[in-house]
Ligand binder design. Structure first.
Ligand code: FA5
Length: 341
């Protein structure tokens, strides 16, 4: 075949092949197979040596045309490739006008909030926080609180026994004992904490939380107990509420009383209130003046000091304030419940 036609055929062949490639690397490799030192165009050029001067000029011009054509083709394909990549980049671009995707933020559990709020309210009156173990001795939970073995009062607070002498504490009252054994009066503490009982219904759980209060000093009276509890319910429920004491029996206090507060949700006795069942009052805990027998057990002079103590359920408080109908909601971890508080 005529050399010029062969050269032009190579140009056509290159154009055909380069059209099928879509990476810079492949295109450059193809270019080298044609124009590189050992490329097919360069090989063909070697045949020019045998031609006469005029023919060589013609053929040389054909070589230049094909080289330029190949180079132009390479530049065009690389340009196409670059703009396709730029377009892909643009398509991927972020629409800054769209609302952002926020990471959901957690918050404190309603019971933790109640715990912290109760502690903060008592702190306003100068009470400090004391803690004790959840697994405690029979001595701290019962004996020292004047509830000997076989005493019927144990039934009210029946709990889980680890051994005959180690129990899961059924109330926060053992913290009173630990504090009084460790510290001389004046004592002014609140002890929030988890406690356990053999209970299970809509308002009673086998594991729940209480807050204990204890104040021991010279001249402490029952009216001080009333004042402290009135301050607490008024601050916690956000309105002035009355307190009522009903005589009750807790072996470690004398006199002892159940504490009722005026129902925060109705007009008073006789209404069709679901919370207080129309009585106008709701029970919030137990209380009383520390029994001299307890002072004797912990080595405090009962002639010199008097004191009061109380214990309330924290779930009970939150249920009353937020209208929560079942104590189980606190422990189930259901976000539909938890996110309401
Ligand atoms: C006591 O636990 C006494 N330690 C309180 C006390 C302290 C009296 C200091 C005198 C001096 P009581 O068993 O009534 O008392 O429990 C107190 C409160 O804990 C109850 O009013 C109730 O709000 C809550 N409570 C009791 N049992 C459960 C339970 N199983 N689940 C949830 N809350 C409970």
């Amino acid at each position: 075949m005529d050399l010029i036609r062969q050269i032009e055929a190579l140009g056509g062949e290159f154009a055909h092949q380069v059209a099928a490639l879509d990476s810079e690397q492949d295109i450059r490799a193809l270019q080298a197979r044609y124009l590189g030192k050992k490329g097919s165009v360069s090989q063909l050029m070697k045949e020019m040596g045998a031609l006469d001067a005029e023919k060589r000029r013609e053929v040389g011009a054909a070589f230049n045309r094909v080289k330029e054509q190949i180079e132009a083709e390479v530049a065009r394909r690389l340009g196409e490739l670059a703009s396709r990549l730029a377009q892909a980049d643009l398509d991927r671009a972020i629409d800054v006008s769209l609302p952002g995707r926020t990471t959901p933020r957690g918050h404190l559990h309603i019971l933790t909030q109640t715990w912290a709020e109760a502690v903060a309210i008592f702190a306003e009156l100068g009470f400090e926080v004391a803690e004790g173990p959840q697994v405690d001795t029979d001595f701290h939970c019962f004996e020292a609180l004047a509830i000997p073995k076989e005493h019927p009062a144990r039934d009210m607070q029946d709990t889980f026994y680890v051994t005959d002498d180690i129990v899961l504490r059924p109330h926060t009252s053992p913290v009173q004992i630990r504090v009084m054994m460790a510290q001389e009066p004046p004592v002014r503490i609140v002890a929030p904490g988890v406690v356990y009982r053999r209970d299970d219904d809509a308002t009673h759980s086998p594991m729940f939380t209480q807050i204990e209060g204890l104040l021991v000093d010279e001249g402490v009276r029952f009216s001080d107990l009333k004042g402290v509890l009135m301050h607490f319910v008024t601050r916690y429920f956000g309105k002035a509420l009355e307190i009522r004491f009903r005589p009750s029996y807790f072996p470690f206090v004398e006199p002892g009383a159940e504490v009722d507060m005026q129902c925060a949700f109705c007009a008073g006795p006789g209404s069709a209130c679901r919370v207080c069942k129309g009585s106008g009052w709701v029970e919030i805990g137990g209380s009383g003046m520390v029994d001299p027998e307890v002072f004797e057990k912990v080595g405090i002079d009962a002639e010199k000091y008097t004191g009061f103590a109380f214990g309330m359920g924290l779930e009970r408080m939150a249920m009353l304030r937020h209208g929560i109908g079942d104590i189980k909601f606190f422990y189930e971890g259901d976000l539909r419940f938890l996110t309401q508080f």
